[in-house]
Design a protein around this ligand. Sequence first.
Ligand code: ATR
Length: 270
Amino acid sequence: SDRYAVFGNPVSHSRSPDIHHAFAAQRGEDLVYERIEAPVDGFPAAVAAFFDAGGRGANVTVPFKEQAFDLCERLTERARQAGAVNTLWRVDGALHGDNTDGAGLVADLRGNQGWALAGRRVLVLGAGGAVRGVLGPLLAQGPAEVVIANRTLGRAEALVERFAGQGVPMHAAALDQLQQPFDVLINAISAGLHGDMPALDPALVAPGSVAYDMVYGAQPTPFMRWAQRHEVAAVCDGLGMLVEQAAEAFQVWRGWRPDTAPVLAGLRGA
Ligand code: ATR
């Protein structure tokens, strides 16, 4: 059977094998998708060994997405924009890389949640690798404005500079600097995982606002609880993004797009 894997460190918590096995089962296709914990200093060797042994494709997660980008001989435009790669495959011995995170985020926001981005004022919280990975596809939706707010203002400014010139007004801000409400808030502050989310001004949301956390967990994240307390119209975690980015990768590898809804429902039910 065709072999796939996700490389990360740590990687034991990854849901990707379950997701890809469920996708393959939709057409009775036979594949094996495993977790590979590469040593922090041994990612290139681990990837080479996997493909040399006949591996068909790999996903890449923390902390290897930038290294994966550096390793690739061919990149998709969205991977180039992201400066990071989460999907690898080989063609005639050459390593190819794509980044499906932004497409996954947009598919979840638009397709699953029914939240439009076109013409909306969007606030992105955080300015790390996760944000750089999704900004291209987000901007392509045609929001009225994107503000990137971050603890370290310089990182937000660097992202605004990197993604300027795509026809969308962008601004950088410090986290405690903003006081006007946004239509769509997207959190990518990784502290959200561990519960030490920085204080946010309640003026950032109005009753029609929607709030999305790119992180997911068994419980609502601190950012989601903050948004719920301030009575936004809808709140969502990033589990759907995980499934949608996986579907994009699956399509790159195997040429057909799986049905994500039953897989997402299965994960939510589990
Ligand atoms: P990721 O891949 O998750 O984006 P990252 O590149 O390390 O990881 O970025 C982490 C993001 O979370 C950054 O925006 C970081 O803010 P700084 O750029 O100021 O470091 C943000 N972050 C992490 N811990 C934080 C905290 N305790 N308070 C505010 N922001 C935090």
